[in-house]
Structure formats: structure tokens, C-alpha cells
Design a protein around this ligand. Sequence first.
Ligand code: PNS
Length: 162
Amino acid sequence: MRTAVYPGSFDPFTIGHLDVMKRACETFDLVYVALLNNSAKRPFFSKDERVGFIDAAMAKENVTNYKISSFDGLLVDFVKQVGAGFIVRGLRAVTDFEYEFQINAMNRKLAPDIDTVYFMAEPENLFLSSSIVKEVASYGGSIRGLVPDINEKTIAERLLQR
Ligand code: PNS
């Protein structure tokens, strides 16, 4: 059984994340979405909200071979804990590359048995990020098409109160 872990903050889950998840779930038997719990990064949305957004979006796509967990500390330790062999990451513009290259080098050093698989963002998602979604929605701009439709209203309303 091929198991992978898709880590991130998912604050909130965008259509770019959804695209990567769908492709990862087609490639692997089981995909763990791993929400980062590290206190250094304070997410705007609570863990329960972020889990709810992911579950709602995945249910709409009829994809079921995934689980959601959160983790503290090192990603490779979580990957080993769940018995996975791969990490999944999405790649957008060139700017992602340097950061991803660095994390990959460190993860490979820490755990040479774990490999990372990258899914290239679709061209329409190249400049999409959770930070941009938060910025636009907090000033009342439309986030239609940037987050899964089923979560759009809740995310927009929560961010307007920011
Ligand atoms: O979506 P993000 O916020 O870019 O995800 C970053 C993430 C979660 C992949 C990265 O911060 C991470 O793996 N953090 C856990 C700490 C860790 O393992 N660090 C060592 C690799 S540099």
C-alpha cells in the first residue's frame, strides 16, 4: 500500500490545494493531510475549521482515500509515525522552488528513506496562495474560484471580521 503525507498550514484550503489533493489521491492508495501545529506559525482559522474546509471540499469531489491529522515537531517523524513513504508538495512559481529545495534537502538528510513527490500547479493556480485569499477577503474582495465553492461563503464571512 502506497501512503503519502501532504503537509501544510492550509489556512485556508484553496483550490490549488484541492487540485494537488485530487492528484495525490489518484497516485497513492492513502493520503494523510497533515496540518502543521507549530506555534511559530499562528493560523487564522482554527484546526477544526481547517479540517472542516478540507472534508467539505473532498466530499464534494467524492474522494475518500485520505485522512486528516495534525502534527507538531518534525514532518519526517509524523511521516514515519503513520507508516508513509512519501511527502506530497505542490509547486507554483519559481519562488517556491528554492524553499522546497531547501526543505527537501533537510528532510532527505533526516530521513533518506522518505521521498518527496511534487505536483506542478495548474497555470490558473500559479499565483494563488492562502495568504492572498486572506488578504483579498479581509478587504471584502471576491474569493470566488480561489477556494472550493462549498467553503467560499464561510471563509469570506470569517475574514471580513478580521
Ligand atoms: O504550507 P506550508 O506552510 O508552506 O508548509 C510548510 C511545512 C509544513 C511543509 C514545513 O513548515 C514543515 O515541514 N514543518 C515541520 C517542521 C520540519 O519538519 N522542519 C524540517 C524541514 S525544513
